[in-house]
Ligand binder design. Structure first.
Ligand SMILES: [Zn+2]
Length: 492
């Protein structure tokens, strides 16, 4: 088959982490009894007037700036008119136009998989309100829950022609974007709960061709993995359609979780006419430059900048640095360890190795000082615990092997490494006479192997070291053991 390039445009909807809805004071939340977080404004009763949520507007400005977008001086809300039961007002308040959205003309840098970065251009970042949810009732028929109607929703759309090529790029883009939203504290990024929703549109073209193919859009992808699988599948499917002499149909396709395939949901004959017009109930927004700059000044160090700093300053691998920055609290934990004097590489190895494994198994999170994160309890291990442990290994107080046992113990009890080592007598044995006694015991008990060693089978030294380590309960200093063993064997 000829070679095809898969191009991907991405629309991401992110529910903003505000306390109240976009135009009323109803609480924002997940789950709960249907229609318990509603009021006359968000269910669109006549005579009500919307008041924009300032916190939501600021979150979008913040995101737009982090995505290197231009923030206009004036920005207005439009009505997007269509009829559907999940939309109580008969229109959705949104933002239309090229340079009207709160942010436009930006980019996000992502890793290019070759050790560099690649710019994914962003067309627009705008603010709108979410719709309600249709639900199938257990007794038959359908109902609608308006708890989500009017929740502030940010939409981030990539530029055309698309910079994202293939499933890997798409995944990298979403991973970076999600991390960025979490760092900014504007969205909780939960794909499986739908607070972050991705709708990729996909087309293929022959390598070397400048003409983009017909796009299809995939809906209901609720994890990074399914986004990646969906794009992969759709790219292959389209290429096969073209190769077999067919034409790709412009349509919306759904993702079948059970078969890992896409299926046709509805064919787009033409763009729907939403009759956009500026919402007469909402006055235009004006963003003074000082105001925008004051928001820019609050931007934290963003994930990719942090990652590059870890590579440069600490010499970590791209993989390790990527794992550390993937969650803000994890990066904070790491930086606190370094600030308290831990060697960055060792701290990173412990964190991404044993610590991550134990956290995973226990459903806890590693936090600097907070008690919980997103409903998960904090581990008893705080930076000072790890810093102390690393120091004890470095000073030769405990062996690396014993340190693993101490770490597991520390994870359960929250005791300091020193206290555990003290209570259990786990310090390294580097007293020569104590080691020689153990060595002689081992050599006496393995006369056959001693004989073989004397006859030239020097590789047996590893066996003897192992036996000595075992007899010392892992506490012997292995280097010292090697040296003393050779002496002892020489005397036999
Ligand atoms: Zn309301």
């Amino acid at each position: 088959m000829a070679e095809y390039i898969t191009s991907v445009g991405m629309e991401v909807h992110a529910e903003l982490l505000t306390n109240s809805k976009m135009f009323c004071r109803c609480e924002v939340g997940f789950g709960g009894m249907p229609n318990t977080r509603v009021c006359p404004i968000c269910i669109g009763l006549p005579g009500t007037l919307p008041v924009p949520n300032r916190a939501a507007v600021e979150m979008v400005i913040k995101t737009a700036l982090a995505l290197n977008c231009t923030v206009p001086v004036d920005s207005v809300f439009h009505r997007k008119n269509y009829f559907y039961p999940d939309l109580p007002k008969g229109y959705q308040v949104s933002q239309y136009g090229e340079t009207n959205p709160i942010g436009y003309n930006g980019y996000l840098e992502i890793p290019d998989g070759k050790g560099g970065t690649k710019k994914i251009h962003i067309r627009r970042v705008h603010l709108e309100e979410d719709t309600g949810k249709l639900m199938h009732l257990p007794g038959g028929g359908s109902g609608v829950d308006y708890n989500r109607a009017g929740v502030p929703l940010m939409e981030i759309v990539t530029e055309f022609p698309p910079d994202i090529e293939g499933p890997e790029d798409a995944r990298n883009y979403l991973v970076q974007l999600r991390a960025l939203l979490l760092y900014l504290g504007v969205c909780d990024g939960k794909l499986e709960q739908g607070s972050m929703r991705c709708e990729p549109n996909i087309s293929v073209r022959l390598v070397g061709s400048g003409t983009y193919g017909t796009k299809t859009e995939i809906k209901n992808l609720n994890s990074f993995k399914t986004v990646q699988m969906g794009i992969e599948f759709e790219g292959k499917r389209q290429a096969e359609v073209i190769e077999s002499g067919g034409t790709v149909v412009q349509e919306t396709r759904g993702w079948n979780e059970a078969t890992n395939t896409t299926f046709s949901m509805r064919v787009k004959e033409s763009e729907a006419d939403y009759r956009y017009f500026p919402c007469p109930d909402l006055i235009p927004m004006e963003f003074a430059r000082e105001y925008v700059e004051s928001i820019r000044a609050t931007l934290p160090e963003l994930p990719l900048a942090k990652l590059n700093r870890y590579l440069k300053d600490f010499g970590l691998s791209e993989y390790d640095a990527g794992v550390l920055v993937s969650e803000q609290y994890w990066a904070e934990f790491f930086e606190e360890c370094v600030a308290q004097g831990a060697d960055p590489k060792l701290a990173c190895n412990w964190m991404n190795g044993d610590f991550a494994r134990l956290l995973n198994e226990s459903g806890q999170v590693g936090l600097v000082s907070a008690d919980e994160y997103d409903g998960k309890p904090a581990s008893k291990i705080r930076p000072r615990h790890l810093v102390e442990l690393i120091k004890m290994i470095g000073e030769g107080t405990i062996s690396g092997k014993i340190a693993k046992t101490v770490f597991e113990e520390m994870f359960v009890s929250g005791e300091s490494a020193a206290a555990i080592v003290e209570a259990k007598g786990l310090t390294v044995i580097n007293d020569d006479s104590a080691l020689v006694a153990i060595i002689n015991q081992v050599l006496d008990g393995n006369a056959g192997q001693v004989q073989q060693y004397k006859e030239g089978k020097e590789s047996l030294i590893g066996f003897f070291v192992g036996q000595v380590m075992k007899n010392s309960g892992g506490r012997a200093d292995p280097q010292k053991v090697q040296q003393l063993l050779r002496d002892a064997l020489g005397q036999r």
